[in-house]
Structures are given as C-alpha cells and as structure tokens.
Design a protein around this ligand. Sequence first.
Ligand SMILES: CC(C)(COP(=O)(O)OP(=O)(O)OC[C@H]1O[C@@H](n2cnc3c(N)ncnc32)[C@H](O)[C@@H]1OP(=O)(O)O)[C@@H](O)C(=O)NCCC(=O)NCCS
Length: 209
Amino acid sequence: MNTNDHTIRLEKEEDYKEVENLVRESFWNVYKPGCSEHYVIHVLRDDPAFVKDLDFVMEKDGRLIGQNMFMKTVIEADDGRIIPVLTMGPIGIIPELKRKGYGKAILDHSLDKAAAMGFGAVLFEGNIDFYGKSGFDYASRFGIRYHDLPEDADSSFFLCKELIPGYLDDVTGVYQTPKGYYVKDEDVDEFDRQFPPKEKQKLPGQIFA
Ligand SMILES: CC(C)(COP(=O)(O)OP(=O)(O)OC[C@H]1O[C@@H](n2cnc3c(N)ncnc32)[C@H](O)[C@@H]1OP(=O)(O)O)[C@@H](O)C(=O)NCCC(=O)NCCS
C-alpha cells in the first residue's frame, strides 16, 4: 500500500449500496457460510447509537475499497456507574486488497478521529493479531467482562483500547453489545436477495455454523 493511493472520508448516503456490497464481499464465507454484516450496517445506520461522524469509507481509483463504523454503548460498572464507550465495526476491506495495510490505515484513521471527538475507550470482538498492532489489548486486562460470558470462558476475542489514557483505570464491569448488532437470519436472507447471487460455503476456520 502507498499512503497516497487512497483517501478516507465520511460515508455519504449515495455510497450506502456500494458500501453494503463491499462489506458483503469482505465478509462472505469468512466467519460462517455467507454473512450478515451487510445487513447489520444497513440496520445500524438508523440506530440512535450510530455515530455518523465516525462512519468512514476508503476510496481508491474511483471506487470504495473499505469501511469502518462505530456505535455508542456502555460499560455497566460494578459500582453502579454507567461508563459511556464506543464499539466498532463492521470493518472490511475488499477481498483482493486484504493484507496490504489498508485495513490498518482506515482503523488508525478512525481511532484518531474518535479520540479527537473525546471518546474514552473502544471495546469490541476481534482478532488481537490485527487489532493489537493498533494498540488494542484484551479487555480482561482492563477489568472489563463481556456480557453473558461464563467467568471461566475464553474471552481473548474481546478487545479494548483506551482513547483517553487511564479512562478505565478505576472501572470494572460488564460491556454491553448494542442491540442493533443482533439481526435475524430470515431478515438477512431477505435483504441478501437484493444482491447478485453468491454461493454460501462451509469453509475451515469459520467460527459460526
Ligand atoms: C480484517 C481486515 C479489516 C484487515 O484489513 P487488511 O487490510 O486485510 O489488514 P492489514 O493489511 O492492514 O493488516 C495489518 C496486519 O494485521 C495482521 N492481520 C490482518 N488481518 C489478519 C488476519 N485475518 N489474521 C491475522 N492477522 C491479521 C497482519 O499482521 C497484518 O500484517 P501482514 O499482512 O504484514 O502480516 C480485512 O482483512 C477484512 O476485511 N477481513 C474480512 C472481514 C473481517 O474479518 N473484518 C473484521 C471483523 S472483526
């Protein structure tokens, strides 16, 4: 990747369909046969927790090649406080340009913007091998637990980055995934019919059936 070969800007309404298609391409058959993320972003844009000023697309040679977005959510602290935080994603890069540095570029750009807007921390589910390079660590190291996860379960998928250093210093508690991320399979299937047909495949490494 050349740092001058792309631009990162806010998503516009006229981008919506192209972005949904790129997200569908990025996620298709990665975590399960097919994917639901293109429908998730379609729904989240109308959610009150959606942060319009942190809804980014990446453009290269006149087309959109990547996107990232954020939602407001909370940590329910053990001492009763409600701590506002951000969660992130979906984030995606089109298949043919994966592993060339574009994902890290849009991630770092959007985290800088989120920090500049005064948000304190970002928590979400992801792979430390990618997000660790942008300063994420296991959320358990910050004393934050993932909702509905048994205490002895592996929580290494649950990551956190402070945007304000020390923001979570005196906080322990439970992170809540915004409800908007939960979509019904039948709604995804119906939405997916608006896109060109694509084969769902069972592949090694998929984490959901
Ligand atoms: C995940 C994704 C956004 C990363 O973007 P990308 O442009 O492919 O990643 P980058 O080239 O910026 O990666 C930077 C480094 O992170 C690490 N990394 C990236 N993707 C990784 C993966 N899937 N597994 C392990 N490490 C990964 C690598 O160390 C990589 O450097 P390297 O290629 O020199 O080894 C992109 O691959 C994608 O769209 N994947 C499908 C959708 C998805 O999984 N989204 C994230 C959901 S949490």
